[in-house]
Design a protein around this ligand. Sequence first.
Ligand code: SAM
Length: 329
Amino acid sequence: MANQLIDSFGRVHNNLRISVTDRCNLRCTYCMPEEVTFMERSELLSFEEIAHFVRVAVPLGIDKIRLTGGEPLMRRDLPRLAQMIAAIPGIRDVGLTTNGILLANSAQALYDAGLRRINISLDTLDPARFRQLARRDGLEKVIDGILAAKRAGFHPIKINAVSIRGMTEAEVVPLAQFARLHGLEMRFIEYMPIGADHWERDKVYFAHEILEQLERQVAPLVPVDDYDPRAPAMEFRYTDGGGRVGIIASISRPFCMSCNRVRLTADGKLRNCLFALDEVDVKKLLRTNAPESEIADVIRKNVAAKWEGHEINTSRFIKPLRTMHAIGG
Ligand code: SAM
């Protein structure tokens, strides 16, 4: 495709993450501060503005969308947005990342809207640990949400757990067993420096340690046959037939060189990397009826300027000003 979004390292971008709100009903310590000044509602892109942006991005090769936040289900009427996006010709995949707190009531409506792939964040099955990590209660609601997603027909359902040394080691096996029992894919994410708290490399519970723990305490693992090198997760399957597990090793095995993602924040800023220090405003263009060619040009230039990688493992790393909840996870 002549118009493709290709950066100077030859990476082709087809994946757009859209944050629909920075609000959240949890306050996970690794993600956001307890006290937050949220964006004014007037700052948020409307559903029509988001859909307009997607329509401009599709001819540039964007065909995969993930809705996120903040907590996306805190945005009223989210199924309507999912439906609007799923109906755009050229979009072949719409997914959602949610903490699951509000999912029990909306899973069916989201499925009916055309959403098929869902990632639900759950770091622990222990209510006290949940409260410690999320600074709120809610474990039961998340479990209800997961079961409702299953009943609604979502497949695959992936459960994302952040792995923090000294905090989540004891959660790995119970989460893996829970996922195996319910036919879900468990994914462990190495803790990244994108929250409000103080990140240190020593606090990352690394991929190889998680894998070793799973093999020792759950079942042997082998890489999956349909391994996708462009996907952030390294995927494995249990040799006893107990399903799959994924590891997102952003720190110990960065996957920047196969990154195919751009991000649109809830307030209409385009970011070519989760850790980008610069972002470009597209809301103004969308609100002033700028020609689509001008919006497309901004997207193309933003992608072209993408840096090689996040540099977390170097002394050059600079933490972005926005924390994860305001960028979109
Ligand atoms: N509220 C939704 C949720 O909880 O899934 C969507 C947004 S949340 C920011 C998206 C994902 O980012 C979650 O799985 C969360 O655990 C992950 N996340 C947030 N901060 C992180 C960090 N410092 N390191 C690794 N993952 C993080």
